[in-house]
Design a binder for this molecule. Structure first.
Ligand code: 5GP
Ligand code: ZN
Length: 151
């Protein structure tokens, strides 16, 4: 398997691993696809993105990963999470709008492969809206006739 050199770092393309120890809290799975804008050491979704916490990945692209919510609220309930850390969707839109576009594209892909293509996309933003994990994520809900009773 060939090796690539990114800046001063050498990456093994088979494992994404770098020679020597990788400090906890750095991106270990982005394979140099994008600059690392910073990972929050104790952020649950950063730890899932890095592979530190194992999760069954439904789909992924260069910017985001999708996996099933641990407590589904609909027959299809998938979380789409950007690889880079941002606290909420407004911050991500301001910092990296193309990543947000990639995230929405992945949500559509999930809805097309796991449901009939129709879906509700929810970004809880702030604790009062129900946000409990402060790494932006989209809830993709589908495979149901959804009601409208948010409050
Ligand atoms: P929020 O409340 O921030 O909008 O959404 C966070 C979501 O993450 C919740 O729906 C919750 O069930 C889900 N969640 C929390 N911890 C985990 C976990 O460890 N694994 C997975 N797959 N989902 C989680
Ligand atoms: Zn994070």
């Amino acid at each position: 398997m060939p090796r690539v050199t990114v800046a001063s770092e050498s990456l093994d393309l088979a494992t994404g691993s770098q020679p020597g120890a990788v400090p906890r809290g750095t991106h270990r799975t982005n394979l140099g696809l994008m600059p690392d804008p910073g990972t929050e050491q104790d952020c649950l979704f950063c730890r899932i993105v890095s592979g530190e916490i194992p999760t069954s990945i439904v789909a992924s692209n260069a910017s985001a990963i999708a996996f099933h919510d641990i407590a589904p609220q609909a027959p299809l309930h998938v979380l789409v999470v950007p690889r880079r850390h941002a606290p909420d969707v407004a911050a991500l839109a301001a910092e990296a709008p193309t990543v947000l576009a990639d995230l929405v594209a992945l949500a559509r892909e999930v809805a097309e492969t796991e449901a009939d293509g129709q879906f509700r996309l929810i970004f809880n933003t702030g604790a009062r809206s129900g946000q409990s994990v402060f790494h932006v994520h989209a809830h993709v809900l589908g495979n149901a006739d959804l009601g409208w009773t948010p409050a």
